[in-house]
Design a protein around this ligand. Structure first.
Ligand code: 5GP
Length: 362
């Protein structure tokens, strides 16, 4: 007889963490799994009455609601002693499991949407999708450094919450990250081929165990893949910068300035932008501010929500350059298209000043 209900859908990686626990502990007769649709959807009053965050997964145990995958897992482990305890035998392994769970929930979870969601608000504190994805790859390296050298589980011989937590997200990584390779990915690449690029030897070894040996993990992986395959069929990646929309325009003279092949008088630089003096100044002070990565921004007309962070940053840099150049009054211009005077198809802000500027411009 079911005493609890887990509200969840197969493509949710957080819910998959709980499903793995349920399958592994043989609790399918105790906990039924239902779609949040049964309660009218995630934002329905009935659902938010139980989980004010309006997110999946949600466990309703008798009348008591528990939300957040980690809390749900711990609730289930506390309540049901049957099956594996998910607590490894040694203190070291238990603490490593905790670190991996925190790494996942604090550093991966908040930006995992950068792999598959449209903006706004999916890059966390990062300026662009690419920067968020680079951070995800960095976090994978940290996980690699924590993983047990011989396994087969992440912390050694015993399964732990770390395995339940990282395994579903790994399905996302392996399915999606190859789509962000600089050149278009080979559509037929086997997941393990892709894994070989993104994972270090320890995680790879662990992944072989989870995806080819551990029956309950294999079941969850199949459930998740089913959801991700549907995203593929629905063309989910076609409008995401890097995954589908790629910068196929030829390089410009600014790429040669960026690489140093052509000398320029650089007045400002950071990770995202550089500013340099215009070779043919239209005023006593004339600098250009450009993003290091064009990422499709051949001109302002190509801007999408993907570029909001970078465009905001360019404006802040323009203000800083003007200040550093001693300009109190100045003009910032971006020409878009040949008839507006654009000659270089890599977005740039002109920062102009040092003389009276007339209006309207020609
Ligand atoms: P646009 O006409 O596209 O709005 O602006 C392009 C700007 O790039 C022009 O003002 C032009 O003078 C500047 N520019 C073109 N080639 C070079 C170069 O090799 N070095 C520098 N510093 N500026 C350049």
């Amino acid at each position: 007889m079911h005493t609890s209900t887990l509200y969840d859908i197969p493509v949710s990686n957080h819910g998959a963490r709980v499903r793995y626990l349920l399958y592994k502990k043989g609790l399918e007769n105790d906990v039924q799994i239902q779609s949040p649709g049964k309660l009218g959807g995630l934002k329905s009053p009935e659902y938010t009455g139980l989980n004010p965050q309006g997110k999946m997964p949600l466990l309703v145990d008798d009348e008591f609601a528990v939300w957040e995958a980690d809390a749900i897992c711990r609730h289930i482990l506390d309540k049901h002693a049957t099956g594996p305890s998910f607590l490894p035998a040694t203190l070291e392994a238990r603490s490593t499991s905790e670190m991996l769970c925190r790494l996942h929930d604090a550093y991966i979870g908040p930006i995992q949407g950068a792999m598959y969601r449209a903006p706004p608000g999916v890059f966390g504190k990062f300026i662009s999708r690419r920067a968020a994805i680079d951070e995800l790859l960095e976090q994978l390296k940290v996980a690699e450094s924590l993983a047990h050298p011989t396994g087969p589980y992440l912390t050694g011989p015993d399964v732990s919450l770390a395995d339940a937590t990282l395994m579903p997200t790994m399905v996302f990584f392996l399915h999606i990250l190859p789509k962000y390779a600089e050149s278009a990915p080979a559509p037929t690449a086997e997941p393990l081929d892709a894994a070989a690029g993104a994972l270090g030897p320890r995680l790879l070894k662990w992944w072989v165990h989870m995806s080819q040996v551990d029956a309950e993990a294999m079941r969850v992986i199949e459930e998740l893949k089913g959801g991700l395959d549907k995203w593929d069929e629905q063309g989910r990646w076609d409008t995401l910068l890097g995954a589908g929309v790629r910068d196929a325009e030829p390089p410009t003279i600014f790429d040669m300035i960026l690489s140093g092949k052509i000398p320029s008088e650089i007045v400002y630089e950071d990770d995202v932008a550089i500013a340099f003096k215009d070779i043919a100044p239209a005023a006593p002070t004339h600098c250009l501010v450009i993003p290091r990565r064009r990422d499709g921004l051949s001109g302002l007309g190509a801007a999408t929500g993907e570029h909001a962070g970078v465009l905001g940053h360019l404006m802040v840099v323009a203000a800083q350059v003007a200040k550093e150049q001693g300009l109190e009054d100045f003009r910032v211009v971006t020409n878009c298209g040949p008839s507006a005077g654009q000659t270089v198809p890599h977005i740039h802000l002109h920062v102009i000043g040092g003389r009276d500027l007339t209006w309207p411009p020609g």
